[in-house]
Design a protein around this ligand. Sequence first.
Ligand code: TRP
Length: 448
Amino acid sequence: MTTRILTGITTTGTPHLGNYAGAIRPAIVASRAGDVDSFYFLADYHALIKCDDPARIQRSRLEIAATWLACGLDTDKATFYRQSDIPEIPELTWLLTCVSAKGLLNRAHAYKASVDKNVEAGEDPDAGVTMGLYSYPVLMAADILMFNAHKVPVGRDQIQHVEMARDIGQRFNHLFGAGRELFTLPEAVIEEEVATLPGLDGRKMSKSYDNTIPLFGSAKQLKDAIARIVTDSRAPGEPKDPDSAHLFTLYQAFATPEQLAAFRAELLDGLAWGEAKQRLFQLLDNELGEARERYHALIERPADLEDILLAGAAKARKTATPFLNELREAVGLRSFRSAVQGNEGGKKKATKSARFVSFREDDGSFRFRLLDAAGEQLLLSSAFADGKAAGQVTKRLQAGEALDIRVDGNAFAVWLDGAAVAQSPAFADLQACEQAIERLREALAPQD
Ligand code: TRP
């Protein structure tokens, strides 16, 4: 089965080495696996929660887009988009907001931290807390659930958010799934080795500590940053303890096991810190040099980046648009044209009406038939990879849209979005065929 991986990067800053090792690099590696379908996006709606500087938001979106592409993300394989290009996401956010317990959101770390700080300062507990901050986990749940992600690679600080997405998704399934799993429940994935890279001072590398190493600065900027890595005061020739040196941890995140073993031995052997920094610089420059060139070339061509991202959004919406329609149906936001259904609606007219019958082929694909009131087959669908796709088509056919029926000989096909989705049997003659089309129209016509 294909695993869907999804992750977002908040567009408030310029990617640094910690973002690269902790998120970008493993995500790109994961996207290359054969049995993986990956969704990576710029979380620019999330950025608005944290940042009210439009120029910075815009700059950051550009830089982050260029970074992922420069690092080798293949946008033919992965789906790469801006959150704000997918209108289904804020719409889903609302559907989820309506089932999210306020108490759940009260417990979100980021919100709680703000409250604690306010209380400590003797302020109103919610001083400075926007609804954006408060609802941050719901928006993130929408990002994840929209694409039914199985795995969500994130930093440790985001695990709780992924768990909340599970909770919210589960609640929605329970309320509206009618026994079906509308949403896949996601799991957070942490790269154990390199999840949090230490910064120059040994604390987690983070913009907020001002201890970052730039990812695509010039070689000189890289060298200067490395020079500022804090080490202990052991002199050249004195043995160093690799395991207490965050310089070693940084090296580890980029080295092969052989390189790492050699570096460890050298440190134990008294390698000077200055030399050790030179080793780290070489290692990083080798890993990042080419990508740095590509990055700067991409930044120079923002219109091309725009095209790439819009194509990514179109690709993402091929999934998001029909799925959101299904979710709208599930909560009761249905076309007035479709028959009144549901538990309250009493029994379906079991007799005298056409019906869809779905079934599974031996090869695992899904199909449905449409039988007329007399039980005669009107349509046999194409094969669909999953039941959901087949279900979406039957739903669309019943949604009251104008039908695209194409006659070919004494048979006809029904088309949706430029593809034939179902075929009639061959009828004895054109007249029988036309009568069948008439019954089809009746069967799919909105009921009173
Ligand atoms: N909140 C995440 C962060 O700050 C970014 C993000 C937004 C995200 N939506 C997401 C991550 C969905 C994973 C999945 O790092």
